[in-house]
Design a protein around this ligand. Structure first.
Ligand SMILES: Cc1ncc(COP(=O)(O)O)c(C=O)c1O
Length: 413
């Protein structure tokens, strides 16, 4: 068999293969003494400067555990951006709660603090600001409004690991924060997630919900030590709450730990890629990148812009896309469709199956019609998301040059 380890290229070429082999060495006592999830969680908490980190198997299960831990239940409302991933609404509905959508800021494409405040009712339990594309949401006003109304803030940092808001690392500002390590994220384990918090009470609840509700789990890694006589007893009671199995597998944590060792480099490389695109846009006022406020650091999960080429040059989004591709560009993604316009929010059969008959979502109390979030609705079709996960900076530079060439072509036509 070929020695793959020797030839490993690409994104897992740090200590990943060593750690996986160490994990596979089942007779190695270190694996038992210091589980890989414990090492990964401790390293993650240290990097972020927080008390607790709880590894999960995805950035969806993390959000679910967060909502359960703060007691989100029947009829409670959770405010989230209209333009984000649908998973934020999935977990809300799974808790029998109601997703409430706040409009976007036209310049950052992140949640608008003003609209968040307008959407608060006496049922609002949580807000989930999502730092979209790697850019921090405007957290100072969000935190102020949330504190005034006693609303828990769950930062969704899936796309924004190590981004900075006014000098602080995102994820350390709200009450808790969620990360995803799916395959295209800065830190990738194939699938995986992490919650961080300084609130030990929440940490226990999060770990229990994601860890099968075992009574002896603690907020930090591990379980309360018990004597074998206690847990081998037939009358031993194990579960003091409902929990799901959202635990991160050990082998995944081994990969995560190796990725964590290189996370600064992985983030910096995406920022360098973004520089090539920013250079290409230097003299262009009709392709507008997300606005980065002072003292904020964008980590560019994608390089996302608002395209105004139709208004300015009569060139549609699709025509620009084709021209970029014809010039040798890799192509780019459009903006995610608004969550409330997705079929699962529009087609009642799904909701009927999911929710009790007297649920507010089935009583017509919430309107998810067009016009709900006008800025997000007008911005979304104009968004372009350029790839930043190039490992070869020369390749990325070429993409920047192709973008510039395409812009010049359209301007010259
Ligand atoms: C902002 C955001 N939140 C949550 C998720 C869900 O993460 P996962 O795919 O790991 O479940 C993702 C990833 O796709 C995401 O980008």
């Amino acid at each position: 068999m070929k020695d793959l380890k020797k030839d490993l290229k690409g994104k897992y070429n740090g200590n990943e293969s060593n750690y996986v082999l160490e994990f596979l060495d089942s007779e190695n006592d270190d694996n038992k003494k210091s589980p890989w999830t414990y090492r990964f969680e401790s390293g993650f908490a240290k990097l972020m400067g927080v008390k607790c980190a709880i590894a999960h198997n995805s950035g969806t299960s993390t959000l679910h555990s967060c909502l359960d831990a703060i007691g989100v239940g029947f009829g409670d409302e959770v405010i989230m951006p209209a333009q984000t991933v649908s998973m934020v609404a999935f977990v809300t509905i799974s808790q029998n709660a109601v997703p409430v959508f706040a409009d976007s800021d036209p310049d950052t494409f992140n949640i608008s603090p003003e609209d968040f405040e307008k959407k608060i009712t006496n049922k609002t339990k949580a807000v989930i600001p999502v730092h979209m594309h790697g850019l921090p949401a405007d957290l100072n006003p969000i935190m102020k409004i949330a504190r005034k109304h006693n609303i828990v803030v769950i930062e969704d940092c899936a796309q924004s690991i190590l981004a900075k808001y006014k000098g602080k690392t995102v994820g350390t500002i709200g009450d808790m924060a969620s990360y995803s390590f799916e395959t295209k994220k800065h830190l990738s384990t194939g699938e995986g997630g992490m919650v961080i918090t300084n609130n030990e009470d929440y940490a226990v609840k999060i770990r229990k919900f994601g860890g099968l509700g075992y009574r002896t789990l603690t907020g930090g890694a591990g379980i309360k030590p018990l004597l074998p006589e206690e847990f081998q007893n037939p009358f031993f009671k194990r579960h003091d709450q409902i929990g799901l199995n959202y635990r991160m597998p050990e082998v995944v944590a081994a990969i995560g730990l190796a990725q964590l060792e290189r996370i600064e480099f992985l983030v910096e490389r995406r920022r360098k890629v973004a520089e090539f695109y920013l250079d290409a846009l230097n003299d262009c006022d009709w392709i507008i990148p997300q606005k980065v406020e002072a003292d904020c650091v964008h980590v560019y999960w994608t390089f996302t812009v608002r395209y105004e080429g139709m208004e300015k040059h009569g060139t549609s989004w699709r025509e620009f896309y084709n021209a970029y591709k014809n010039n040798g560009g890799d192509g780019f993604y459009g903006g995610l469709g608004l969550v409330y316009q997705e079929p699962f929010m529009q087609e009642k059969p799904f909701l009927n199956h999911r929710l009790p008959k007297d649920h507010p979502l089935l009583q017509g109390k919430f309107n998810y019609e067009n016009g709900l979030c006008p800025i997000a609705e007008s911005t979304q079709p104009k968004l372009m998301q350029f790839k930043t996960n190039y490992r070869d900076l020369e390749e990325a530079k070429k993409q920047g040059q192709i973008l510039k060439k395409t812009i010049k072509q359209i301007e010259g036509k």
